[in-house]
Design a protein. Sequence first.
Length: 285
Amino acid sequence: MNKGQLRKWIFSLMLIGQAIVAQGTFEFNKKFINCEEKWVVLPMSKDSSYVYGFVYIDTQAGLTIDIRGSFKMDAQDKLVSIKENTTSRIVHRLEPNTMQVAIFPEEKFAALQITKTPEWLAVYKTDENTVQRFFRKGFVYNAWNECALGLSFLEKAQKLNPAYKGLVTELAFSYNCAGRYSDAIKILEQSLQENPADAYTHKELIYAQTKSGQMDKAIVSCQRSLKVCKDQTYAAENSFQVLHAYFTNKDHSNFDKWLASNHELFNKDKRFLPIIEQMKNQVKN
């Protein structure tokens, strides 16, 4: 195991294993995505120490934390036993998770000899206010299910370059997340006129159609995507969206028909089989 793998493994253990809720100074009520460009403290580890670092968005890597070091608190709520990373930066890409962290109080910055904004952050902000930056930030916030914030950045990107690659589908993702299905359908249908074989566009369109009750159109979209898309990554997921809509509507007859006609897709992509089994039992009730 090399040093990079070891650090990744240690950080994974922190994310999974630290569940102690700290008392006093720190309030662990924030997700990493809500702490962009802020110093954060991770929950107390078994040795009563706290790991701290700075959260930011790297345009290439996404949401990232720069681990600065660790410290402990004494009985008088003062920082002690500070361990600082001075020889090299320990940087970790943050995948979406539910871990709760605390924002480090500004009044304690001096104790750690940190400033509100690290000097090195400037390197990651050279593309500020560009379509690339706005798109990437929107993408990251969407990935963490913070779609309202994601949409705010994507709309800024749209003003700069509405034809930017991937922007339409990411906007549609935000709209779908917010329940704005008609808005999603409008831009997705326009996008498919220009690029009719884009699998992700079909996926978002079918989702919007099923959620808005346009079942006939969703079925046509499923059939079309199977014919025109070389990328069949979302084929089973698309069919599942139709099946789930029938389940939600307690349409037992169409549920059974759709399941029978799409069983090969679900058998190829077995992710949905356990859920389908549960649905089969419940749709009859």
